[in-house]
Design a protein around this ligand. Sequence first.
Ligand SMILES: Cc1cc2nc3c(=O)[nH]c(=O)nc-3n(C[C@H](O)[C@H](O)[C@H](O)COP(=O)(O)OP(=O)(O)OC[C@H]3O[C@@H](n4cnc5c(N)ncnc54)[C@H](O)[C@@H]3O)c2cc1C
Length: 381
Amino acid sequence: MAIVGCGPVGALLANLLGQAGLAVDIYDREREIHPLPRAVHFDGEVMRIFQAAGLANQIAAATRASSKGMHFVNAEGRTLMVRRGVDGPGPHGWAGNWYFHQPILEEILRTGMARFPDVRVHLGHEIGSVDDVDARYVVGCDGARSLVRRAIGSRQHDLGLHQPWLVVDLLCDLGSPRARALPDHTIQLCDPARPMTIVHVGGRRWRWEIMLMPGDDQDRLTEPEIFWPMIARRLGPEDARIERAAVYTFHSVVQEGWRKGRLLLAGDSCHQTPPFLGQGMCAGLRDAANLSWKLTAIVKGGADDSLLDTYESERLPHVRAFIELAVKLGAVLQETDPAAAATRDRHRQWERSFRNRDYATAVSWTRPSTSASPSWARRRC
Ligand SMILES: Cc1cc2nc3c(=O)[nH]c(=O)nc-3n(C[C@H](O)[C@H](O)[C@H](O)COP(=O)(O)OP(=O)(O)OC[C@H]3O[C@@H](n4cnc5c(N)ncnc54)[C@H](O)[C@@H]3O)c2cc1C
């Protein structure tokens, strides 16, 4: 068995297969864990998967459970809607929402692979062609620009949202009254002048995601005289320092064709979502959980290889539903037309708490003809 890519999805898959006693070679072109800011949230089902990999206690000790939920707030500070968190263990036996620093999580997954002598890790080893990989199955956990996906020839479906955002991790001075006043819940600031997301990752680390607007020079956004005024209502350079920053274009795409013969895909190689639900990596980890028991059943249990044909049919509708929901929430958050934002804010249905299952209803008011990204952003991407 070979895995191309040792990001969180490849590393979890190697742990699960190693635990099942399979021999695995996992390759990554990079030696170091990806340094730029990415995921900060996973859910209770994902913690259950980490438990299956024998890593839940370590991960729980390095992450932060929170039931405070996610609040959509307008420019005047009025709460439009709240995605409530769950107090105590949810249906998976763990808290429903966890906040974390992705490099720490990936380090735990990499250390976990070392438990299994039959999992051989090849870092600094780029795979140039799937033909170079001699294995019964090759799983492409090789991210958004996947080589394995190209070899399969998967067909891409565009779900409509492509939007550049600045993503910054801040280390706050906890002695600062302004830093201490930051709320513990996640804020989706639906301000048409400058949409933002604010997340308490844990300890003194806060994630600030800031939508790019027309006229922004993305190469200069983290310069102090440009960055700090954007968040001046809440923090300044006397309250925090920038730990790391990057500009990403958030995409919403799913691939059709996750398998061709011995080649398979998992994670960002077969789907990408804007992070408004914190579900991109979660979806990839669910792929790994689904795939690992099927590969184990085939290799060790004598199950028929056609079992793998159920992988995409089970996973794709689920991940697509999450991405479509994230796109709808993105259309709410990313509204930059002040008149449309005012209409949104007047919509009284929004003033209620809701759980996941209510999302579809809660966001159904969005103007049907509204594209998920503002027109200026669609032109840029
Ligand atoms: C700003 C932001 C916020 C996010 N927030 C969240 C969140 O809160 N919750 C969440 O669940 N998700 C979130 N995500 C998404 C999450 O970070 C990704 O879905 C996840 O990191 C993808 O993992 P992966 O293992 O599939 O791919 P990657 O992490 O991209 O790993 C792919 C690996 O493959 C290697 N590779 C590629 N090609 C080759 C090759 N030819 N040979 C060898 N190695 C190769 C690369 O070096 C890389 O290490 C966020 C993403 C962003 C950008």
